[in-house]
Write a protein that binds this ligand. Sequence first.
Ligand code: SF4
Length: 373
Amino acid sequence: MYVPAVKYLDEYRDPELAHRLADEIRKVTTRPWALMEVCGGQTHAIVKFGIDELLPPALSLIHGPGCPVCVTPLELIDKAIDIAARPEVIFCSFGDMLRVPGSAKDLLSVKAAGGDVRIVYSPLDAVKLARAYPGREVVFFGVGFETTAPANALAVHQAKREGLRNFSMLVSHVLVPPAMEAILGSPVNRVQGFLAAGHVCTVMGYHEYGPIAARYRVPIVVTGFEPLDILQGVLMCVRQLEEGRFEVENQYRRTVQFEGNRPAQELMREVFRVIARKWRGVGEIPASGLGLSEEYAGYDAEIRFGVAHYRAEEPAECLSGLVLQGVKKPHECPAFGVRCTPEHPLGATMVSNEGACAAYYRYRRVPVTRPSP
Ligand code: SF4
């Protein structure tokens, strides 16, 4: 099918082109398939623009674990809260982490109680604060996938270069390919093809996905975030499934190259090392995260503030682990929209801008039956 080259944002949302792509998807789909969009940004676009409603009923989109706020484990939030409440600390974070519930409270309540918790827009803002307040301990909450890791690595690198001993980072970085393998290896897996996260691949390239596609016999299509990107990614994925191919293809060519961003990867390798990480609601996945390397261990807030030993149990009521693995849809959680709302979230998937529960709630895709008062 011919899709004219587009350049501007509104063109990537062109309804006529979207319908043409949806028609093509309907034409090539001959049997049921289940695809997972890895990234929460893609999930929000799918729900916001009603992309799943354009697809044939045989095709299901499963929402994946690609929301970094959502997968940050409870105990990391508890560690952040402990550190942020200390009088000597300026605790810096992106805004979306402030309302993620820990075991007993969130970072916003620490701020309300007088803790110096600040929203920053770049990890380098935290480095600036460390420079400006040499008598205070400045801690940055470094959360994210491979996408944000280079900027966070740069902040620690810069602090070391300047000899800023009052800067540290609470690291909660996770990696996408091991999570995809964990999903594919799960006994409850339903995923037959992946739309891989375009921004992660902008940094890392897509050379890591070849062995996964071959081992598990799943097509993987690197996909962008606009409606036409997602529809084209779905079309490429379904075509492969229908033809019995299991390859890695790149829909997001305007941004992603096979090797990714080499200088960013080098910086990540210098500052971080690959470690096992716990994913909220999912559990520990081997080699699925990043921690500070030996050379930068002096900047590790967990060590500096003695909180590395924290452990916490996830609340049983929140099914976000099943939502993150694509086993349940958000509205299948009994608490959805009733006891759990963006104003009073029980789980991170209802808080985050990229969380599936928040997307379903915000775009009112599911009628919510509230109990009578
Ligand atoms: S609706 Fe709330 S309680 Fe249910 S899975 Fe989502 S975040 Fe957890």
